[in-house]
Unconditional design. Structure first.
Length: 892
C-alpha cells in the first residue's frame, strides 16, 4: 500500500528527532521491528485502574506532515518512562486514535492515544449463547478468540490468571448469553459478577516468559485476572518515602497522602428466586454483615441500615454460590468504605501492584503488614525535556490544536518552584483488603428488551420440552461462527440455542395442585422473549408470534383474515399430520356463535347462530346448540341426566328445572295406582309395587344435595335419565328399537295408547298376562286369519255378566273335549262323553224335528293337537334376577 510504503520510507530516513536519550520515549512496533524516531513524545497524560483499563494520550512532534494516520491505528506501541534509578517503566498497548495537528513549517504536531486491547474489543458487538460453562471459562473463550485468532493481536496481547487462581472454584452456569453486547463489556460483566478483578501489565504472559528466556521484541501487554489481592506483584519502586518533592531529590516520593472513609450499610442481602424450589424461600436469601469498623456513631448507624437487592432469578448456581455472590457484594462495600489517595512523582507506579510507604507519621504507627498498599487507580502527567526554544514552539502548536491540557496545566511545581516533569495521582487500598470489582444488577445489567427467537428441538420432534414445560430457543441474530463453544441441541444452531427456557402462561397452578393453561410453543414457532430482572442470561417466553411463514390459523374452513376478522379463538395441529382441534368464537353482529371442534370424525359442539361456511358469505343452518360427530357420541351423568325441550328464558332457571315433568309424573303415577286398584278389585290382579313411586321420588330429589338444595332426609343425584318433551317425543329407528328394564316398565297415559305394527305383534311374559279395561269394553279382532287362545297348563274361563254369543257367520262352531262336554243352563244339563249323551232337567224336554230315527252305535274320531309343550323355567329371568341381587326367584 502507498501509505504503508510512505511510513516505511519515513522510518528508514535519517531523522533528527530521537527520543532514545530522553526521559519519555515512544517506541512503535512496525513490521516486526521497533522504531523510536518517528514521533518525539512531548507531553503524556494518561490513566489506568484496576478493574478498568488504561489510556494514554501522547502529544508528539515529527519532521513530516504527511505521516499516514491510518497506518498508526492498531499499531503496537510502548511508552517508556525513565525512573529515578535510570530504569524503564513501560506502558505497552495499541494505538486506538491518531490525530494530525498544525505545523510551523519545520515541525508537525501529532496526537496518539495508546489503549489496552479492551478498547478494540469494545468495537465488536456480538450475540451468542454459551452453555454449561462458568463465567471465567466463558471469559477465557472470548479472550482466546482475540489473542489466538486475531492475527493483529497475536504476540501483542495476552491474558493470564494469577498464580493462585483456580477455575474449579467457580460454578458452571446452565447458560450465559451475550446479547447486543461488545466483547469487552461482556468480559467485564462476567468478571465483575464473578468477583474476579483484573489489571494490565506490559509484556507477554507468564507462560510465554517461562518458555522464552530471550528479550521480548514486541509491545505486548497482558491482562492479568486475579481473585486474591495477595497474588499481586510488588511494584518496582518497592518502599516509597512520604517526603516533599524538590529538584534536588534523587528518589521519587509520595508528596501528598490522605485517607478517605465513606459510610456503608451494615449488612448486604441479596434475594434470587428459585422456581425449582418455590416453597424454600429462606434459601433464596444470602446475607453478609460488614466487617468494617466505621466508628461508634457509624457502627450504630450501620447496624440499622441494611441493603437489600433483588437479583435476577436463580443467579446462584447453588446455595454456596449464592452466598458467595452475597459476600462479594459486601466485600465491594468494604473496599469502598476506605481508601487512600496520594500524589507524587513515582514514575514506577502502575495499577495492580503494591508498594510500601514509610516516613509517614500516621502510617508508621501501624504494623508492617498494614503499610503495604495496592494501587487501584493512577493518573499520570509528564513532559519531555526539550530545549526551551523548541518547547515554546511545540507549546504554541499544541495550543493552536486545542490540546490545552498538553502543556503548562500538566506541569506541577516543586516546593522550590522548579518545574516537575512527572506528576501522578493515585488511589490505593491496604493489601489486606479484598479487591472486588463493582457490580450492581440495578445498573450494570443491560436489559436486551423484548426480542424474538425461534423454538428449536430434536430432529422430527414437533414439541420439545422438559418436565417444567420449558422449551429451547434459537436467537436468529446469534453468529453461527461462534458456535464451536456451544453445546446446543441442533449442531446447525450452535452458539444460538439456549438452555431450557420457561414459558409464561395465563394461569399456572399453586404448589399443591397441577392446574393451569398449557400451550407450549412448537418447534419453529416465533416467540417473544423478555429477560427477567433485565438479565440477558434469564430469558423467558412471554408470547408467540405469527409471521410470514406461520400465518394466523384459519378459524373458518373457507376463508382467512381479514375476511374472518370477527372470528377469534385457537386452533391446534395434529403432530406429524394435517388435522386440527379448535375453539372458535364468532362475534359477527347479530350472528354470534361458538364452536368446539375436532377434525377427527368432524366432531363439533356448535352454539348460537349456526351457519354453513361459504367463503365470505354465511348461509344460516339453524339456531341454538348442536353436538355432532361422524363417529360415536356419548352423554353421561353420574348423578342423573335431564333431557328436556322445556324453555328456560335467558338461562334464568336452575340446571335441573323439571317442575312440569314432576307434575306430569305424579299425575301419571296416580292414574297407574287408580287403575291398579280397579284391576285388583275386578280382576284380582296383584297391587302395584313401589317401583314407580320410587322412580318419581328419584326424579323429584334429583338435585337434592347439590349447590341449590340440601340433602335433607333423602338422598339425591340418582343416576336416572329423565326425558321431557312438552310438545311430544318421537323415538324412531330404521332398524330395531329396544325398550327394557331390569325391573319394572310402566307405560302410562292420561288419554289413549295405541300400538300399531306393520308386521306381527308378539307379547311374551314369564309370569302371566293381565289385560284390564275399566270401561268401554274390550275387543279382540283378527280381520284376517285365525284367532287362537290356549291355556297350555291350565283352564280357560270366559265370563260375561250378560249374553255370551259364539258366532260363526259362514261355518260351524266346533266344541271339542277329550273327555266330554257339559252344557249347563237354567238348572238343566247336557253331558256328552264316551259314555253317551245324558240330559238332565227338572222341566220339560222338547225336541222339534221332521223325523226321529235311532241307529246302531257309531263313534266319531276327533283330532286333537299334539301333546302340549312341557313348561320350562325362564333362564334369562333367573340371570336378570341374580344381577338385580334378588335372593329368590318365583317358581314356575
Amino acid at each position: 500500500m502507498q501509505d504503508d510504503n510512505e511510513l516505511g520510507n519515513f522510518i528508514r530516513e535519517k531523522k533528527w528527532l530521537n527520543s532514545s536519550h530522553r526521559p519519555i520515549r515512544l517506541k512503535l512496533f512496525h513490521r516486526q521491528a521497533y522504531t523510536d524516531d518517528i514521533l518525539l513524545p512531548q507531553v503524556v497524560t494518561g490513566s489506568e485502574s484496576v478493574c478498568g483499563g488504561f489510556e494514554y494520550q501522547v502529544n508528539c512532534v515529527a519532521t513530516s506532515v504527511t505521516l499516514p494516520l491510518k497506518e498508526f491505528i492498531g499499531l503496537p506501541a510502548t511508552l517508556e518512562f525513565v525512573n529515578d534509578r535510570r530504569e524503564l517503566r513501560k506502558v505497552s498497548g495499541l494505538i486506538s486514535q491518531a490525530c494530525a495537528g498544525d505545523s510551523d513549517g519545520a515541525i508537525a504536531s501529532y496526537q496518539l492515544v495508546v489503549s489496552d486491547a479492551m478498547a478494540f474489543m469494545d468495537q465488536r458487538v456480538n450475540t451468542r449463547v454459551f452453555r454449561r460453562m462458568s463465567w471465567p471459562q466463558i471469559a477465557t473463550v472470548v479472550l482466546k478468540e482475540w489473542t489466538q485468532l486475531n492475527s493483529a493481536l497475536i504476540g501483542n496481547f495476552d491474558f493470564e490468571f494469577a498464580p493462585g487462581f483456580r477455575l474449579d472454584r467457580y460454578s458452571e452456569r446452565e447458560q450465559t448469553i451475550q446479547f447486543n453486547e461488545s466483547d469487552a463489556a461482556f468480559v467485564r460483566r462476567l468478571l465483575a459478577r464473578s468477583g474476579i478483578a483484573w489489571c494490565f501489565r506490559p509484556g507477554r504472559n507468564r507462560a510465554w516468559r517461562e518458555q522464552n528466556r530471550a528479550t521480548e521484541l514486541t509491545s505486548a501487554h497482558t491482562l492479568v485476572l486475579f481473585d486474591d489481592q495477595s497474588d499481586l506483584t510488588r511494584n518496582a519502586a518497592g518502599v516509597i518515602r512520604y517526603h516533599r518533592d524538590a529538584a534536588t531529590e534523587e528518589r521519587d516520593a509520595v508528596t501528598r497522602w490522605r485517607a478517605v472513609r465513606k459510610f456503608q450499610a451494615g449488612s448486604s442481602s441479596i434475594f434470587s428466586w428459585d422456581y425449582k424450589q418455590p416453597g424454600n424461600v429462606p434459601r433464596m436469601f444470602a446475607e453478609a454483615p460488614t466487617k468494617a469498623d466505621q466508628g461508634g456513631s457509624g457502627n450504630e448507624l450501620a447496624n440499622r441500615v441494611q441493603e437489600f437487592i433483588v437479583e435476577s432469578p436463580h443467579v446462584g448456581a447453588n446455595d454456596r454460590d449464592l452466598h458467595r455472590l452475597g459476600l462479594l457484594r459486601m466485600q465491594r462495600k468494604e473496599l469502598d468504605a476506605k481508601h487512600f489517595a496520594g500524589e507524587g512523582s513515582v514514575r514506577d507506579f502502575c495499577a495492580g501492584e503494591y508498594f510500601t510507604i514509610k516516613d509517614h507519621p500516621e502510617i508508621d504507627r501501624h504494623p508492617e503488614t498494614e503499610r503495604d498498599f495496592v494501587i487501584t487507580s493512577l493518573e499520570v502527567r509528564a513532559r519531555n525535556n526539550l530545549p526551551k526554544s523548541l518547547e515554546d514552539r511545540i507549546h504554541r502548536l499544541f495550543v493552536c490544536n486545542g490540546w490545552h491540557g498538553g502543556s503548562g496545566s500538566l506541569i506541577a511545581r516543586t516546593e522550590d518552584g522548579a518545574a516537575t516533569p512527572f506528576q501522578m495521582r493515585f488511589e490505593a487500598v491496604r493489601r489486606s483488603v479484598p479487591i472486588v470489582p463493582s457490580f450492581d444488577p440495578r445498573t450494570d445489567l443491560r436489559d436486551p428488551g423484548l426480542q424474538v427467537a425461534i423454538v428449536v428441538g430434536d430432529e422430527n420432534d414437533v414439541v420439545h420440552c422438559d418436565e417444567y414445560g420449558r422449551v429451547k430457543i434459537r436467537f436468529p441474530a446469534a453468529y453461527p461462527r461462534d458456535g464451536q463453544h456451544d453445546l446446543g441441541t441442533n449442531p446447525s444452531d450452535a452458539g444460538a440455542v439456549s438452555a431450557w427456557v420457561r414459558v409464561a402462561t395465563t394461569w399456572a397452578g399453586s404448589s399443591d395442585s397441577q392446574c393451569g393453561t398449557l400451550t407450549l410453543p412448537r418447534v419453529g414457532t416465533e416467540v417473544l422473549v423478555a429477560f427477567l430482572g433485565g438479565d440477558s442470561d434469564k430469558p423467558i417466553i412471554i408470547s408467540q408470534l405469527f409471521n410470514g411463514q406461520a400465518l394466523p390459523p384459519p378459524l373458518s374452513a373457507r376463508a382467512n383474515l381479514p375476511v374472518t376478522r370477527f372470528l377469534s379463538g385457537m386452533r391446534s395441529q395434529e403432530v406429524h399430520g394435517v388435522r386440527a382441534n379448535q375453539l372458535r368464537f364468532d362475534d359477527t353482529p347479530r350472528e354470534i356463535s361458538a364452536q368446539l371442534a375436532s377434525d377427527d370424525g368432524t366432531s363439533q359442539l356448535n352454539l348460537g347462530w349456526l351457519t354453513h361456511p361459504r367463503d365470505n358469505r354465511r348461509e344460516p343452518r339453524g339456531e341454538g346448540a348442536e353436538l355432532r360427530s361422524d363417529k360415536a357420541v356419548a352423554i353421561r351423568g353420574g348423578k342423573g341426566v335431564l333431557i328436556t325441550s322445556e324453555s328456560s328464558d335467558r338461562a334464568d332457571g336452575n340446571q335441573l328445572d323439571r317442575a312440569k315433568l314432576i307434575g306430569l309424573a305424579d299425575g301419571l303415577r296416580d292414574i297407574a295406582d287408580q287403575l291398579a286398584k280397579l284391576a285388583e278389585n275386578h280382576a284380582k290382579d296383584p297391587a302395584n309395587g313401589p317401583q314407580l313411586t320410587q322412580l318419581v321420588d328419584k326424579l323429584r330429589n334429583l338435585d337434592r344435595g347439590s349447590n341449590i338444595a340440601d340433602a335433607g332426609s333423602g338422598s339425591g343425584g340418582a343416576p336416572i335419565v329423565a326425558i321431557s318433551g312438552p310438545a311430544g317425543i318421537i323415538m324412531a329407528s330404521n332398524e330395531n328399537l329396544a325398550l327394557g328394564a331390569e325391573k319394572n316398565i310402566d307405560l302410562i297415559t292420561a288419554a289413549d295408547m295405541h300400538f300399531a305394527t306393520g308386521g306381527r305383534t308378539s307379547t311374551h311374559a314369564a309370569h302371566g298376562v293381565s289385560i284390564f279395561a275399566n270401561d268401554g269394553g274390550m275387543k279382540h279382532i283378527a280381520a284376517r286369519g285365525d284367532m287362537r287362545t290356549e291355556a297350555q297348563d291350565g283352564s280357560i274361563e270366559l265370563l260375561a255378566k250378560k249374553v255370551m254369543d259364539l258366532i260363526s257367520t259362514t261355518d260351524w262352531i266346533n266344541i271339542k273335549a277329550r273327555k266330554g262336554v257339559c252344557l249347563y243352563g237354567g238348572g238343566s244339563e247336557l253331558r256328552i262323553s264316551a259314555d253317551g249323551i245324558i240330559g238332565k232337567t227338572t222341566g220339560n224336554s222338547y225336541m222339534y224335528a221332521a223325523d226321529h230315527q235311532t241307529f246302531a252305535k257309531q263313534a266319531t274320531q276327533v283330532q286333537f293337537p299334539d301333546e302340549l309343550p312341557h313348561h320350562d323355567i325362564c333362564i334369562p329371568c333367573l340371570l336378570m334376577a341374580a344381577r338385580a341381587h334378588s335372593p329368590l326367584v318365583e317358581a314356575k
